[in-house]
Write a protein that binds this ligand. Structure first.
Ligand code: PGA
Length: 252
């Protein structure tokens, strides 16, 4: 399975800044990109089309949206639909990122609606899960992950194409803090996510990718990417510059 190396630009970059970064990224790692890797760039909505222009012609460079609303269309001011993301060239979308859960108040149930609807409408979906520091200290990591996975995957067709469903394990305390989870913590959490995916989807659960996210940087990417059950990374801060993200993409 191809490792999915994703750049989540969050609320950063104007259209031209996004275009320039994406273009530089393709120049820096396009030719050198190992066969077993895919690059996913997730800019803000306003920069999607322009970013897609910079990635065009490179089939292993994909475009993704950061969020959407689980309805076809309608009176949902400020929201965006899967059809709109597909229209500007998105293949992927995030659901349940910790900033949406903890800053914007998204519930497990809403995340579940999004995962099922996004898949149904033709997008590939990255379901983000992860515990807060108080939950880790209280020994509740597996309990939190199980709940987020159960509810996040509740409406998903059990016959879903395993390539189209990705889980990103992102411990909340490691996102944007410079504090990366240790190899042991990552291996344990990913093994648990794998077990839950197999429980839910049978053998297909072994073919679903599990990304790690949370303070991935050029100097720790190589170690992380080779850990058991780590099938890619989801990168925020260190993905904003092409030179830094290209070193993560090519890390070996
Ligand atoms: P970070 O963010 O790399 O800045 O920690 C990761 C994420 O939020 O996906």
């Amino acid at each position: 399975m191809k490792k999915l190396m994703a750049a989540n630009w969050k609320m950063h970059k104007t259209t031209e800044e996004a275009f320039d970064t994406a273009e530089e990224l393709v120049a820096l790692c396009g030719a050198a990109l190992p066969e077993d890797r895919e690059v996913l760039v997730i800019p803000p909505f306003t920069a999607l089309r322009r970013t897609g222009q910079a990635l065009a012609g490179n089939p292993r460079f994909l475009l993704g949206g950061q969020n959407f609303y689980p309805e076809e269309q309608g009176a949902f001011t400020g929201e965006i639909s899967p059809a709109m993301l597909l229209d500007v060239g998105c293949a992927f979308v995030l659901a349940g990122h910790s900033e949406r859960r903890h800053v914007l108040g998204e519930t497990d149930e809403m995340v579940g609606r999004k995962v099922a609807f996004g898949l149904e409408r033709g997008l590939s979906v990255i379901l983000c899960v992860g515990e807060r520091i108080d939950e880790r200290r209280a020994g509740q990591v597996e309990q939190v992950l199980r709940t987020q996975l159960d509810k996040g995957l509740a409406g998903v067709d059990r016959g879903v194409d395993p390539e189209r469903l990705v889980v990103a394990y992102e411990p909340v305390w490691a996102i944007g803090t410079g504090e990366v989870a240790g190899p042991q913590e990552i291996v344990q959490a990913h093994a648990f996510v794998r077990q839950e995916l197999v429980r839910a989807f049978g053998e297909a659960g072994r073919e679903m990718r599990i990304q790690y996210g949370g303070s991935v940087k050029p100097d720790n990417a190589a170690e992380i990417i080779h850990l058991d059950n780590v099938d890619g990374v989801l990168v925020g801060g260190a993905s904003l510059r092409a030179d830094s993200f290209s070193r993560i993409v090519l890390a070996d």
